[in-house]
Design a binder for this molecule. Structure first.
Ligand SMILES: O=C(O)CCC(=O)C(=O)O
Ligand SMILES: [Fe+2]
Length: 268
């Protein structure tokens, strides 16, 4: 088990978990510089660095402090099916509270605990690349909503000051922290209040057998990654019974077999 007992309790109770300062200052600086260029001067980057998870951001794909938690939350066989970066100026927002509640019934998003272990559907990771204070208004979570069996009641869906649910929570953390949350937790990206921008990378990890997001990472970015990192983008299946014995879509097989395709080969 990778999470500490306290982390497991916290993640299960609230639906989210912060691991503070898991990145080194040089890693943070390199990724911030890459995202600044992606957003404002992409031509200054080689094509394979013009989107995440290429270049400096590739350290995030399989960061040991991240995949540990993801494997415990989802299961041993995981994929990375969505990566994006955010450069949010004061006054900008991602949008209102969404998710949670009825998604609990869905195998892609639902959150369950059975036999002493968590079986979460998709788990997102926010890599905060700047220091975050509570008043900055980073991502907000309606804690506990990942287990809700009823639709999120409208009295708990407001982001307006004075009308917020007592269960609406956010976090403060140093630059280089990872914030994990189950996709079945109702969450929002409210209006950013700090003068300096929020620079963030978002990953969506899921069970190897599921596929929600059609991959939108440019093939040139994925093809430039080392094979161990490409393994996180392998095709979404578990077993192939056309062979005898059945072939299993393990990381080991992917690394031994240079022909094993990455998911980008399905992109239009
Ligand atoms: O931008 C944010 O703070 C929230 C992002 C979000 O809702 C998402 O990625 O699904
Ligand atoms: Fe979201």
């Amino acid at each position: 088990m990778a999470m500490t007992e306290e982390e497991r309790f916290r993640f299960d109770l609230t639906g989210f978990l912060v691991r503070p300062a898991i990145l080194k200052p040089a890693e943070i600086a390199a990724i911030v510089d890459q995202i600044n260029r992606i957003k404002h001067d992409p031509e200054s980057l080689p094509p394979e660095h013009r989107d995440v998870p290429g270049g400096p951001a590739s350290v995030l794909i399989d960061h040991p402090q991240v995949v540990d938690v993801i494997r415990e939350a989802i299961g041993p066989d995981i994929r990375l099916e969505g990566c994006s970066c955010v450069w949010r100026k004061k006054g900008e927002e991602h949008g209102p509270l969404h998710g949670g509640g009825p998604g609990q019934a869905d195998p892609i998003f639902g959150y369950r605990v059975k036999n002493g272990r968590i079986h979460a559907g998709m788990v997102r990771v926010i890599f905060e690349l700047t220091d975050i204070a509570l008043e900055d208004q980073s991502t907000h979570f309606l804690i506990g909503s990942h287990k809700s069996e009823f639709p999120i009641h409208e009295d708990h869906l407001s982001l307006e000051e004075g009308k917020r649910s007592p269960f609406l929570t956010t976090y403060a953390c140093p630059a280089g922290s990872a914030v994990f949350f189950t996709e079945n937790l109702c969450h929002a990206g409210p209006v950013w209040r700090r003068d300096t921008p929020r620079v963030t990378v978002l990953h969506a990890y899921s069970h190897l057998a599921t596929h929600w997001h059609r991959l939108k990472i440019p093939p040139v970015v994925l093809h430039s990654l080392p094979r161990e990192k490409q393994a996180y983008f392998r095709q979404p299946w578990i077993a192939d019974f056309r062979t005898s014995p059945a072939t299993h879509n393990t990381t080991e097989r992917f690394l031994e077999n240079d022909e094993a395709p990455i998911d980008t080969d399905h992109a239009p």
